[in-house]
Design a protein around this ligand. Structure first.
Ligand code: UN1
Length: 490
């Protein structure tokens, strides 16, 4: 077997091995013979060194002109854009989404950096009238300090970019702990920032497990803010630990996203979006469509079309251009999704397409799960309530809009939601009544443009929002300044 590359942490502007000297392995989910590389298996000492570097760099970076900060972000975006095919291929090899999606996500990371280069140059305060006509009264937004980012494997470059870019734009310094299943994309992002001239200590990368790296990072008193995307179980625990010591916390967690199809919808259009919303990226998006809530009058027709479209999806090696759906992230995920599907079946829902692992036709070396369609899902069941985080879509038939919206809202999550209809009034009513942070009319539930806020209602988030102007709210604090002229002068 060829020697696999070894990647290091990035601390204080240098690539350094873990203090313990240990490494962990990163494997290709499509091919269990393909070892992508070894990464630093870091611990509390490495975290402490990274936080110290970020702390020492903070005064310099906050004092750097926002225009200069913007230039670094812009340059990093250009570097990533120039390497989009190369990094996109790394992403696909490491995460398993199709090459088109891997390249698309990398382009999105470049776009996010470009956007926040622009944001860095926007006004950050407001001028107010004062009770005293001589007083100059204004607000200014200032950075927080050392921010930690704990990022998931499913968007291994876009999510680190959308957390790091605003943090840096507004003058904070950063320690990134990426998911251990996808550390290579984090390395690629940090390489771009390094080459773009980010000063030493401003961005630091520490790889390793949640317990050895995530935990000490969250507990470090010098880390003043934490932005996390991942599971509800981890997010809620993190929040308790961090808020207890007074840190600012932002959580992006699960979804059980509904797409309502009313009887007047363009069914072909709706079904196309249901399939891509549920199955692209192998359903591993927190914004993926997992419940098709369909008016009973068209349920049979929608189901029939879904059966055809889901059944025709080309599953396989995500590097091949004809592939539409790759593997899930690892063996554990494949097993869990397999048993969740079993549970759905035992609850009485009917598997209409797929329904298990795929290992024939050369797929035996990867973690492949068949795109799966369930009919007859009951809202109040495991399949109707729980996030599977895999390529599984359930159809719930309902009697008209009123039942559809009630079912749509009957879950503990509220990230994104769609409705398909030609009735503008209904669409507007849906936009008002749905309990979700992101609402789509006549388009799929996933998707997040960098210039608008991203986040969910209820159990999906922690009330704060990412991206757009909302990112500024999280990564800054407000200072209010009253300036009066010295006595005798006016
Ligand atoms: C998208 O829908 O394109 O982890 C982005 C996730 C979300 C990002 C979704 N935080 O899936």
């Amino acid at each position: 077997m060829a020697e696999s590359p070894v990647y290091s942490n990035y601390i204080n502007g240098e690539w350094v091995v873990a203090k313990s000297g240990g490494t962990f392995e990163d494997w290709n989910p499509s091919n269990t013979d393909d070892l992508i590389g070894r990464f630093a298996a870091s611990g509390a000492d490495d975290v402490a060194a990274a936080v110290s570097a970020a702390e020492a760099a903070f005064e310099g970076w906050r004092g750097t002109s926002p225009i200069a900060r913007a230039n670094v972000l812009y340059k990093a975006s250009e570097i990533i854009a120039a390497r989009v095919n190369e990094i996109g291929a790394d992403l696909t090899r490491e995460e398993g989404k199709t090459l088109k999606e891997g390249i698309g996500e990398t382009g999105r990371a470049a776009q996010i950096l470009r956007y926040f280069a622009g944001e860095a140059q926007q006004p950050t305060g407001e001028h107010y009238p004062s009770m005293n006509s001589q007083t100059l009264l204004y607000t200014v937004r200032e950075p927080l300090g050392v921010c930690a980012m704990i990022t998931p494997w499913n968007f291994p470059i876009a999510i680190p970019a959308w957390k790091i870019a605003p943090a840096l734009a507004f003058g904070n310094t950063v320690v990134l702990k990426p998911a251990s299943l996808t550390p290579l994309c984090a390395v690629r992002l940090v390489e771009a920032l390094h080459e773009a001239g980010i000063p030493k200590g401003v961005v630091n990368l520490v790889t390793g497990s949640a317990s050895d790296v995530g935990d000490p990072l969250v507990r470090d008193e010098r880390v003043v803010a934490i932005s996390f995307t991942g599971s509800n179980a981890v997010g809620n625990e993190l929040k308790m630990i961090a808020t207890e010591r007074g840190a600012k916390v932002q959580l992006e967690m699960g979804g059980k996203n509904p797409a309502i199809v009313l009887a007047d919808a363009d069914l072909d259009h709706a079904v196309g979006h249901l399939v891509t919303g549920a199955m692209w990226s192998t359903g591993q998006k927190c914004t993926a469509t997992s419940r098709a809530i369909v008016d009973r009058r068209v349920a049979e027709e929608v189901t029939e079309r879904l059966v055809n479209r889901v059944g025709a999806l080309v599953v396989g090696d995500p590097m091949r251009p004809e592939t539409q759906m790759g593997p899930v992230i690892d063996a554990k995920a494949a097993e869990r999704i397999g048993s969740d599907i079993e549970r759905g079946r035992n609850d009485g829902a009917e598997v209409l397409v797929g329904g298990g692992r795929l290992s024939e036709d050369g797929l035996g070396k990867g973690h492949f799960v068949a795109p799966t369609l369930f009919g007859g899902v009951v809202s109040d069941s495991f399949l109707g309530q729980e996030e599977l985080f895999g390529p599984v879509l359930g159809v719930i038939a309902v009697d008209g809009y009123e039942e559809a919206i009630a079912v749509a809202n009957q879950v503990r999550f509220g990230l994104s939601a769609s409705i398909f209809t030609r009735d503008l009034g209904r669409a507007m009513q849906f936009a008002r009544e749905i309990q979700a942070g992101i609402v789509h009319v006549n388009s799929e539930t996933p998707g997040a443009e960098p210039q608008v806020p991203f986040g969910g209602y209820k159990g999906s988030s922690s009330y704060s929002r990412e991206q757009g102007k909302a990112a500024r709210e999280f990564f800054t604090q407000v200072k209010t300044v009253y300036i009066d002229p010295p006595p005798g002068e006016s």
